[in-house]
Design a protein around this ligand. Structure first.
Ligand SMILES: Cc1cc2nc3c(=O)[nH]c(=O)nc-3n(C[C@H](O)[C@H](O)[C@H](O)COP(=O)(O)O)c2cc1C
Length: 158
């Protein structure tokens, strides 16, 4: 059975996109079909795609989603689709220097998707740019474990 996964990227300066590229390399294989989409022109209808989703997003401003993620985020808030069939993971990027709003980009998507009935797979990752660990390294480390959990969830719903 082909396992389909869509990575949705919210980024300002491209770091989250590097993470998505790393994940795509780690995951793309014989039975995994991974597609990476920048959030730029997407709206809530993207969640009609088959398979699982990974939200890979940074945080800006006062704990906001990046500019390129705003349209998708606002569309979900405005149309409030029933996403009970959606399974997703969150790889968030942020910086603990912003103590009050650390990783709020990923947190906001996580909370909104949960409100709309979607179910998260695994823990929400919170990369910290001030930690000295590169986000791509953290992603590589985390990738296999998350994929195993996602496959298990897919097998249960199949
Ligand atoms: C102007 C600015 C504001 C930021 N605000 C936050 C914030 O509120 N919370 C947080 O956790 N990180 C914040 N960050 C850190 C970024 O989310 C982090 O550096 C991330 O790795 C950038 O990823 P990107 O290149 O994909 O956008 C901010 C960074 C900048 C430059």
């Amino acid at each position: 059975m082909t396992f389909k996964l869509t990575i949705l990227v919210g980024t300002m300066t491209g770091t989250a996109q590097l993470v998505a590229q790393e994940l795509e390399l780690a995951w793309d294989g014989d039975d995994a079909e991974v597609t990476t989409l920048l959030m730029d022109d997407l709206d809530a209808s993207v969640f009609a795609r088959e398979g699982m989703f990974l939200i890979c997003t940074s945080t800006y401003g006062q704990g906001d989603v990046p500019d390129n993620a705003k349209k998708l985020y606002d569309s979900l808030q405005a149309t409030r689709p029933d996403l009970s069939a959606v399974r997703f993971g969150v790889f968030g990027l942020g910086d603990r220097t912003y103590a009050e709003t650390f990783n709020f980009g990923g947190k906001r998507f996580d909370e909104l998707l949960a409100q709309l009935g979607a179910q998260r797979i695994g823990e929400r990752v919170q990369h910290d740019a001030s930690s000295g660990v590169l986000p791509e390294e953290k992603a590589e480390e985390w990738a296999q474990d998350w994929l195993a959990q996602a496959r298990e969830a897919a097998a249960q719903t199949a």
